[in-house]
Design a protein around this ligand. Structure first.
Ligand code: THU
Length: 135
């Protein structure tokens, strides 16, 4: 497969994840797809509940699935919302992504129409506090 075809597969997978979101309160569905080592992929969607702050983000769900499967390195991550400009991760998720990524790891922001913006982790979270500060 060409890189372009592979990316279409990833964009389709993140769209499917977004379609599974449980977001009856915000009505803001989000999907996330992590590509980990050796091309393993892990999807997540946001899941809300009646106690609004207790919901969790799509990226958080994808990270949990990755770690549960025994992987700890994000090669790249796709995030999709319905926003035409593409999704952008919340502050908490930027830190969660940073934990398992390098400063140049691509964070690929998508709308249903496809990729809208490619940023690096350090562009989204400059001067980050990461695990290396604690080693
Ligand atoms: N949301 C995510 O899933 N990821 C983000 O990075 C931004 C926000 C969710 C949380 C909540 O369910 C809805 O979007 C509106 O904030």
């Amino acid at each position: 497969m060409t890189d372009e075809t592979t990316e279409l597969v990833y964009v389709s997978a993140v769209k499917q994840a977004m379609a599974k979101a449980y977001a009856p309160y915000s009505k803001y569905p989000v999907g996330a797809l992590i590509v980990a080592e050796n091309g393993h992929t892990f999807a997540g969607c946001n899941v809300e509940n009646a106690s609004y702050p207790e919901g969790h983000c799509a990226e958080t769900a994808a990270i949990a699935a990755m770690v549960l499967a025994g992987h700890q390195r994000i090669q790249k991550i796709y995030i999709m919302s319905q926003d035409q400009q593409g999704a952008t991760p919340c502050g908490g998720c930027r830190q969660r992504i940073r934990e398992f990524a390098g400063s140049s790891t691509p964070v690929i922001l998508c709308s249903p129409a496809g990729v809208q913006q490619r940023l690096s982790v350090s562009e989204l979270l400059p001067h980050a506090f990461g695990p290396e500060f604690l080693s």
